[in-house]
Design a protein around this ligand. Structure first.
Ligand code: PGA
Length: 253
């Protein structure tokens, strides 16, 4: 059975103190969840906060993730943070290829594929983002766009490595805009993604792949989105910055 996951992407929000406070609040609310809750909970604070947040949460119940990692293993890359460093700080997962990284920092499919490899070599779970822009949605070309991102970023992996990846479908037009994809739009794309995974890796692996939806997911729409058969949870931006909202979304699974 594939795992259901709710992941919070804090982006470049909070300072160190308020970030630790947010993590502690989330930790407290997670403790009160029923013991049989099987939903995986992930938080991705800024790099600077990772070590402190690691000490503020129950790492058995909350998986610590980073929002990015370097495309190089080590060396003279001023300002970069390697996968190995993240692993040494207790990080377990890394968001790779968020549309903001693709758009503002010029990350290409090739760079992202290298980052995925570095994560896997360092025992970090990639949360690989894909999704079309508004013009691509409007032109009707969105399946091709997403298929290409997956082909170039992920489908070079061996089946064993592919099984270690989480996918997040995030239509760019829905991120931070308040416009959510409808449950039908999300389901249509998630089903398509699962079908191309099945073509490449077989239906057993496709059935086991966790595919998250991201883009203006909030307590009021999470239940409907998560009730779709191919939507296995969410990657949450804005609503993950309020502990109560984030936990409401966790409870919506
Ligand atoms: P949002 O962001 O929930 O604020 O739309 C989602 C994301 O970028 O992961």
């Amino acid at each position: 059975m594939r795992k259901k996951i709710v992941a919070g992407n804090w982006k470049m929000n909070t300072n160190l103190q308020s970030g630790i406070a947010l993590a502690s609040q989330i930790n407290k609310l997670v403790k009160n969840l029923p013991d049989d809750s099987k939903t995986g909970i992930v938080i991705a604070p800024p790099f600077l906060h990772l070590s402190s947040v690691q000490g503020a949460i129950d790492n058995e119940k909350i998986c610590l993730a980073s929002q990015n990692c370097a495309a190089y293993p080590k060396g003279a890359y001023t300002g970069e943070i390697s996968a190995k460093m993240l692993q040494s700080a207790g990080v377990k997962a890394v968001i790779i290829g968020h549309s903001e990284r693709r758009a503002y920092f010029g990350e290409t499919d090739e760079t992202l594929s290298t980052k995925v490899d570095l994560c896997l070599e360092n025992n970090l779970k990639p949360i690989f983002c894909c999704g079309e822009q508004l013009a691509e949605r409007q032109s009707g070309n969105y399946f091709n766009i997403v298929q290409n991102q997956l082909l170039k970023g992920l489908f070079g992996l061996s089946p064993e490595n592919f099984e270690r990846v989480i996918i997040a479908y995030e239509p760019v037009w829905a991120i931070g805009t308040g416009v959510t994809a409808s449950a039908e739009q999300a389901q249509e794309m998630h089903k398509f993604i699962r079908a191309i995974i099945a073509d490449k890796y077989g239906s057993l692996i496709a059935d086991d792949t966790t595919i998250l939806y991201g883009g203006s997911c909030k307590p009021s729409n999470a239940k409907e989105l998560f009730s779709q058969p191919d939507v296995d949870g969410g990657l949450i931006g804005g609503a993950s910055l309020k502990a109560e909202d984030f936990i409401e979304i966790v409870k919506a699974i």
